[in-house]
Every structure is written in structure tokens, then in C-alpha cells.
Design a protein around this ligand. Structure first.
Ligand SMILES: Nc1ncnc2c1ncn2[C@@H]1O[C@H](COP(=O)(O)OP(=O)(O)OP(=O)(O)O)[C@@H](O)[C@H]1O
Ligand SMILES: [Mg+2]
Length: 447
């Protein structure tokens, strides 16, 4: 782990009433940000504060570097992260990503600015408060897994609990569960040298998950892995995340990884945030040339999701209803199928008009006593399923595609024609940067 910088003023000797700052929660876009970074600067070198003096307001980074030897690592960074989302920070080497994560944890102290996490400004905490806060709230996964070679998988993964003083039996029990979650059941007694890179990174992930903090900070966790293993790890993280709903700050220099994992993405350029937006915003509406150049080769099918094209379910039938009601419902809609749901609105399967007619002829009273008439193998997708996955499904079926939430509640349906229309509509990326910035700002307020 990176050493704490010693050149920065320490707040350890300040009186306690000044050190802990509870910041009033602000409403933003209808939900409170869980992490909020405001006007954050990090300047390396001697007298870093001078960079902020009004007399140098018109100077750029190269001036400070050549004149004073100060490196501007972060320049007025602002962003917000909602609870339960994956926020990706993406940028090329040297753009300031690691500096940013280190400031979020205060492994290094920012020169100025606020980092408010769950209502508390961590830049104002003293060392003791900070230590307690980190332990309770944040776990970290690094690119280099940092496993201890003489400890087996179980003890490596259990490390955080050991530090917390959790008794051996409980510690091992909890750790075994997490190891199973990341696909390492049966490897508890192995040593790091006996594992592949991907497996070692799973241990790193398990070690972060085992302490069960709300926030995961991940600094290029998959960068050292082969492309195939890397994709697998990304898929597994997405799967885990639907279950765990952690607040994740994920650092990467890979745009495709960012687009795949991020609910929101911040693109960093030379210590500044060039753009923040959804994957779709970043690809379809780049706000400057830098982002536009980055995203010009991205295939839209890999970014657009079911959310963009789904419409409300047109015909829904309860399991306790029978074919007469189903035929009526289908007749009222302009399609020729209905979705069958259980009494909790959970998706069960597809009912075609011809199956409903057969059921009627056979005297079926209710479908939950005659599931044969319902196609329960007709699988739903999620709102985040990309066009890449939707298109082959749409091509192989004559019916719409049902869309369900993580709780399997039916939330919509996707029609083949809508997919085609969306692709035609968005096939050219909009290069009017000012208009894009305005449009993204308007979208952000709407959402
Ligand atoms: N301790 C330090 N002293 C001086 N300059 C530093 C220090 N740490 C980072 N920098 C500078 O700050 C800038 C941002 O570095 P940082 O490590 O945050 O980049 P990064 O985006 O994480 O890059 P990478 O993808 O290579 O990990 C770089 O110009 C770097 O040289
Ligand atoms: Mg880095």
C-alpha cells in the first residue's frame, strides 16, 4: 500500500470538535450522493498551495512544472457517486486516476477540496477517525493483488477480519462463504504461487468483500489479466454486483471495460475530468474532442441497452387466470402474446394466442394448474442487456423479448423493430460538442 505523505500538514493535533465534519445531505437528482468530491486538487512538490493563488490563475500545468517543479496531479475534480452504483474513472496513464483513489482514501492528502462520504468530510478527519472510518466503510482491490506468499488462500482472504480481531472460527466461516462467492471453493488451502493470475485476483477480491464494507475501491484490478480471463472477471463482477449492490469506484484505462461496468463514467485527462456521463452519453454525445477521439471506434451495439428501447408490457396474465381472460387481454393489446406472471408480478413465461386457444378448447380453468400451455423456457433479459445480446435473441424469435428487474419482476418488453430503429437513429455520433454538453446536462437533471 502507498505510504501516507508526510509533507502535508497533519490534522492529528487539532481539537476534536473541529475535526469531524458532518455535512448536511444535499438532494441531487432526487437521490442523495453517497460519495461527493468537490473542487479536489492534488499538487505534488514543495508549497503546493501556491498553484491555487489568484496571481497564477491563468497559468497552466507546464508552467508550474518548469517554474517550481510542482506536478498538478488533480485539478478541480468534481463528481458524485450514488449508493449501489459502479462509478468508473477512466483515463490514460498519468491522467491522475491513482492519485484520485488515493485521495478518496486519504492515503495521500489532497491539497484542497472536499471528499464527503456518507455525509462525512474525510479531509477533515484526524488520523484516528480516518482509520476507523476506512475500516468501517471502504475496502480496496489493487492491480497487484498484494497477497502474502506464505499464507494460504483462506488466511490471505481472511486478513481484514483478522486485523479486526474477529475470532478464528467466525473469521474462517465468513471467509469460506466469500471464497465460494468468487468461485474459489476448494482452494482454501492452496498458496498464492499455486494460483493463476485470475485466481489470485479472485483472492484479492474476496479479501475486499470479506470485510463487508459499503464501498469498494478498485484500482485497475483486472489490468494484469489475459483478455479472456479479464472478460470473465468483468462478467463475474457484474453478477456479484447485482447481488451485493456495493458502491464501487472502479479505475481503468480500458474504455470497453469502462463502458461494460460503469453506471456512470468519468473520463480523466491530465488531472481534469473531461466528461461524466452514462456509457451512452459518453459514446453518443462526447462533450469535447478528446472524448470524441476516444470513443469514435466504439460499436453502438455494445453500449446501447434494453432500457433504451423497451416499452411497457402490453399484455400480462396472472397464473390464476384462465384462457378466456388471457384471450381478452391479448385481444385488447395490438400483439399476439401475453406474459404470464405470478401473484407477486414475477415473470413466469410466454403465452401465445394459439396456446391460449388450445387451453380454452381443452377446458383449462387457470394456467397455474396447466403450466404446459405457458412457455417457461422463453427467457427474459435485464434492462442492462446490451444490443449485442438482444439482437440474436430478437432474430431467433417471432415474439417480443420480456425484460425483468433483478427481482424477476416484469418491467417491459423489447420489439425487434425498436432495436432496428434505435440503431438507425444513433448510427452517427454527434460531434457538436457544445450541444452535447447541454443535452447531457439536461438529461442528468431529468434522471
Ligand atoms: N508522489 C508523486 N510525486 C510527484 N508526482 C506524482 C506523484 N504521484 C503521481 N504523480 C504524478 O501525477 C500524475 C498522475 O499520476 P497517477 O499515478 O495518478 O496516474 P494514473 O492515471 O494512475 O496512471 P497509470 O494508468 O499509469 O496508473 C502523473 O503526472 C504523475 O507523474
Ligand atoms: Mg494508476
Amino acid at each position: 500500500m502507498q505510504d501516507r505523505e508526510t509533507s502535508q500538514p497533519s490534522s492529528g493535533d487539532s481539537p476534536p470538535e473541529e475535526t469531524s465534519a458532518v455535512v448536511a445531505e444535499t438532494e441531487y437528482n432526487g437521490s442523495t450522493p453517497y460519495i461527493s468530491v468537490k473542487s479536489l486538487w492534488k499538487v505534488f512538490g514543495r508549497n503546493p498551495e501556491r498553484v491555487l493563488l489568484p496571481e497564477y490563475a491563468d497559468k497552466d500545468k507546464s508552467f508550474f512544472q518548469s517554474e517550481f517543479g510542482n506536478v498538478v496531479g488533480l485539478q478541480d475534480v468534481n463528481f458524485e457517486v450514488r449508493k449501489g452504483e459502479t462509478f468508473v474513472v477512466m483515463g490514460l496513464s498519468g491522467s491522475g486516476k491513482s492519485t484520485l483513489v488515493r485521495c478518496l482514501l486519504r492515503l495521500i492528502d489532497p491539497t484542497t477540496g472536499e471528499v464527503i462520504i456518507d455525509g462525512e468530510d474525510i479531509t477533515r478527519m484526524n488520523d484516528k477517525e480516518l482509520e476507523a472510518f476506512r475500516r468501517a466503510k471502504i475496502a480496496m482491490v489493487f492491480q497487484h493483488y498484494g497477497l502474502l506468499p506464505h499464507r494460504n488462500v483462506l488466511d490471505n482472504a481472511a486478513w481484514g477480519l483478522e486485523v479486526q480481531g474477529v475470532a478464528k472460527e467466525e473469521r474462517y466461516e465468513r471467509t469460506r462463504k466469500v471464497l465460494a462467492l468468487v468461485g474459489l471453493a476448494g482452494w482454501e488451502d492452496s498458496y498464492p504461487r499455486q494460483l493463476s493470475g485470475g485466481m489470485q485476483q479472485r483472492v484479492g477480491l474476496a479479501r475486499a468483500l470479506v470485510v463487508d464494507t459499503d464501498i469498494l475501491l478498485m484500482d485497475e484490478p483486472f489490468s494484469g489479466l489475459d483478455p479472456l480471463i479479464r472478460r470473465q472477471m468483468q462478467d463475474e463482477l457484474l453478477n456479484l454486483q447485482t447481488e451485493l449492490q456495493k458502491t464501487i469506484v472502479f479505475i481503468t484505462h480500458d474504455l470497453n471495460e469502462a463502458l461494460k461496468l460503469g453506471d456512470h463514467i468519468a473520463i480523466m485527462h491530465d488531472g481534469e475530468v473531461a466528461q461524466i456521463g452514462s456509457p451512452e452519453d459518453i459514446v453518443l454525445r462526447p462533450e469535447d474532442e478528446y472524448v470524441g477521439d476516444f470513443t469514435q471506434d466504439v460499436r453502438l451495439e455494445s453500449v446501447l441497452t434494453a432500457t433504451k428501447v423497451m416499452v411497457a408490457p402490453k399484455a400480462t396474465v396472472m397464473g390464476r387466470q384462465g384462457p378466456r381472460a388471457a384471450l381478452h387481454t391479448i385481444g385488447e393489446s395490438d400483439g399476439d402474446v401475453a406474459w404470464v406472471v405470478d401473484s407477486h408480478a414475477k415473470y413466469v413465461g410466454l403465452l401465445t394466442i394459439s396456446s391460449a386457444e388450445r387451453a380454452l378448447r381443452s377446458g383449462v380453468k387457470r394456467f397455474d394448474e396447466a403450466w404446459d400451455y405457458v412457455d417457461c423456457d422463453y427467457l427474459p433479459v435485464s434492462p442492462t442487456t446490451t444490443f449485442d445480446a438482444l439482437i440474436p435473441i430478437a432474430m431467433s424469435s417471432d415474439y417480443p423479448i420480456p425484460v425483468v428487474s433483478t427481482e424477476n419482476t416484469l418491467v417491459g418488453e423489447v420489439h425487434r423493430s425498436a432495436l432496428a430503429e434505435a440503431l438507425a437513429e444513433t448510427s452517427t455520433v454527434d460531434q457538436d460538442y457544445e450541444a452535447n454538453a447541454a443535452m447531457n446536462a439536461a438529461n442528468a437533471v431529468e434522471n
